[in-house]
Design a protein around this ligand. Structure first.
Ligand code: PEP
Length: 261
């Protein structure tokens, strides 16, 4: 597609990261509480802890909501205690997976190369990786936002570029400034848009305009029903990755409504 071809608008995606929260009872109440808000105008997905995949799959059967895991191994099988492979996720009907969440980078020392390797195996297995990137407050204050995002993103783009052109490219990027995650402090819509535009420009430079224009870039970091509309209104923000507010069906519903516009 040339630069001048009209692009289809990107459909907004609201993705709920449950982190290490949930129980059979609370999962059911949460899902049943937001399903009424789901329609075909906004894509919605939830990322539950591994043990709940069967329950979540059953609750979401034919409901138009995708579900996924919060991590995946870059290895196919073998002696990797505690790891879960792409083929295992495939068996649970998983279509999306979070990769490189800042909590994985921070508490499990995941490097950007390790994150990129996970993204590649997910994509190769037909699962959409939602790759999380974002700077710490110290990095922002030191003027390093662009350098940090590039160092996190470039290994992913380089390794996944082989899927462009064969129909298998399905990357979603989540910009999540570390200082905004779970803190109640959100990036201003302008701060977020600035980084999203930079990410899209990077995709454009490395993979061309068709990929850049079709790839969804989510914002994550203390998104709530009260601030979601303003954030989602920005031209390069294609929805949100939601943590705390994804654990309340009322709040998650409010964010889905905001994404619908
Ligand atoms: C997250 O963990 O991905 C996240 C964005 O969390 P919160 O919405 O709670 O800031």
């Amino acid at each position: 597609m040339s630069e001048t071809t009209e692009q289809k608008p990107r459909k907004k995606l609201v993705a709920g990261n449950w982190k290490m929260n949930g129980s059979f009872d609370s999962n059911e109440a949460l899902i049943l509480g937001f399903l009424a808000e789901v329609d075909d105008q906004v894509d919605v997905s939830v990322f539950c802890p591994f043990p709940y995949l069967t329950q979540v799959a059953k609750l979401l059967e034919d409901q138009g909501v995708a579900y996924g895991a919060q991590d995946v191994s870059a290895k196919a099988s073998g002696a990797y205690t505690g790891e879960v492979s792409v083929s295992m996720l495939n068996e649970f009907g998983v279509t999306q997976v979070l990769v490189g969440h800042s909590e994985r980078r921070q508490y499990h020392a995941e490097s950007s190369v390790a994150v990129a390797e996970k993204a590649v195996v997910a994509m190769a297995g037909g699962i959409t990786p939602i790759v999380c990137v974002g700077e710490t407050l110290a990095e922002r204050q030191a003027g390093l936002v662009e350098a940090v995002i590039a160092s996190q993103l470039d290994p992913v783009i380089e390794r996944c570029s082989k899927f462009v052109g064969n129909g298998a490219w399905n990357l979603v990027i989540a910009y999540e400034p570390v200082w905004a995650i779970g803190t109640g402090v959100t990036a201003s819509p302008e701060q977020a848009q600035e980084v999203h535009a930079m990410i899209r420009a990077r995709l454009n430079a490395m993979l061309g305009s068709e990929v850049a224009q079709s790839t969804r870039i989510l914002y994550g970091g203390s998104v709530k029903p009260g601030n979601a509309s303003e954030i989602f209104a920005k031209v390069d923000i294609d929805g949100g990755l939601i943590g705390g507010a994804a654990l309340s069906s009322d709040e998650f519903s409010g964010i889905i409504r905001a994404a619908r516009g």
